[in-house]
Ligand binder design. Sequence first.
Ligand code: XMP
Length: 325
Amino acid sequence: SWTPEAFVEEAVREVRGRVGDKRVLLALSGGVDSSTLAFLLHKAIGDQLVCMFIDQGFMRKGEPERLIEIFKDRFHIPVEYVNARDRFLAQLEGVSDPEEKRRRIGGEFIQVFEEKSRELGPFDYLAQGTLYPDVIESADTNIDPKTGERVAVKIKSHHNVGGLPEDLRFKLVEPLRKLFKDEVRKVGRSLGLPEEIIQRHPFPGPGLAIRIIGEVTAERLNILRDADFVVRDEIKKQKCYQDFWQAFAVLLPIRSVGVMGDKRTYAHPVVLRLISSEDGMTADWSRVPYDLLESISNRIVNEVKGVNRVVYDVTSKPPGTIEWE
Ligand code: XMP
C-alpha cells in the first residue's frame, strides 16, 4: 500500500535520474504544495535547486519573514528572496476592477520571475507543484513535439499569470503529479515540513490585494494585514483554526461613523469571512459562537487603527464566492 516514505524514496530516485547535474528553478509561494516540493527536491539534488520567493507585498503579516526563517535558518534550504513590493503596488495604482487587478499582478509576477530567472540562471528545469487534479485539467503545460516532454508555459504557483516567453520554456519536474492534496500533506509531514505550513489555509495568489475592495494602497494594505492578523491570532488562541477552510477579513473602501471614548470616528468596516468547505467549489458560512465573533470584533476595533466596525458575512457559495473579488 501507498506510504509517504516509499513515495519519497521513489521520487528522489526518479528526480536524480532525470535531472542529473543540471540546475532546477522553483517558484516558492509558501503554500503546502510548493513547500513540500522544495523539501523533496532539496533532499534529491541539494543545492542544484534554487528556490525563488517573490514577495509581492500581499502576504499576511509576518509570513514572508517566517517562510525565510523556516527554509533558510531551520532547514538550510537556500531561498532567493525577491522584494518586489513597490513594483506590485505601483501596478495597482488607480485600479479597482477585480479582474484587472489579477491581470496586473499576474503580468508583473511573470515580469519579475523572468528578470530574476535570467539573472540567476540558466536553468534547464522548472519544478512545479502540479497535483493530480491539476494534471487532469491541465491548461498550463504543453507537450514538446520533439521530445514528448511536458514543458512549462505558465507558473502554477500563480493561477493568474500569462505565458512564459519562448526561451524560458523550461522542461518540467513535477514529482507530485500523481498525488492528491491529502497525500501531499502526508509527504510534506514525512519530509519534516512544519505543521504550520502543512495545515495553512488556502491563500490566493493575488493575496490581500483581492481582499481590499477597490483601489489597493499601502495604507489599506497595512490596515487589512493587521485585521487579518487578529482573525488568525484569535482563532488559533481559541483552538479552532482547523475548523475552517478559510478564515479572513475583507476591507471595504467605504467609511462609517462610530464613537470611541468621547470622540466620533469615521473609518472603514471590515467583513469577517469564516467558512467551511471540502474543496473550495462550494462553501458554507460557519455557524461560530457569538463569543468568538465578539472577541474578534473587539480586538479589531481596538487594535487596528482605521477600522471602527466589523460585520459578519452570512453568504454561502453559491451564490456568493469565498473571496469578495
Ligand atoms: P472563490 O472566491 O472563487 O474562491 O469562491 C475559491 C478558492 O479559490 C481561491 N482564489 C484564488 N486563488 N488566485 C488564486 O490562486 C486567485 O485569483 C483566486 N481567487 C480565488 C480562494 O481563496 C478560494 O480558496
